[in-house]
Design a protein around this ligand. Structure first.
Ligand code: ZN
Length: 62
């Protein structure tokens, strides 16, 4: 039972940032249905745009 939840490449700060920009969050363009997905967290806020409009976050069904 050691370090099962921590990877050598991820610090606590990186995890917190990943939660801020959640990994796995998908965004969809309402004009063309183009989709992107977050595969790695980052700092700040993510505002993807397509066709000049903000892409809409697609929440996973629960
Ligand atoms: Zn588009």
């Amino acid at each position: 039972m050691q370090d099962r939840y921590s990877s050598p490449e991820w610090t606590v700060d990186e995890w917190l940032q990943a939660w801020h920009i959640r990994v796995g969050t998908a965004y969809r363009c309402q004009e063309c249905s183009n989709m992107i997905m977050v595969i790695k967290g980052g700092t700040g806020t993510l505002e993807p745009r397509c066709h000049g409009k903000p892409m809409v976050a697609v929440e996973p069904k629960q």
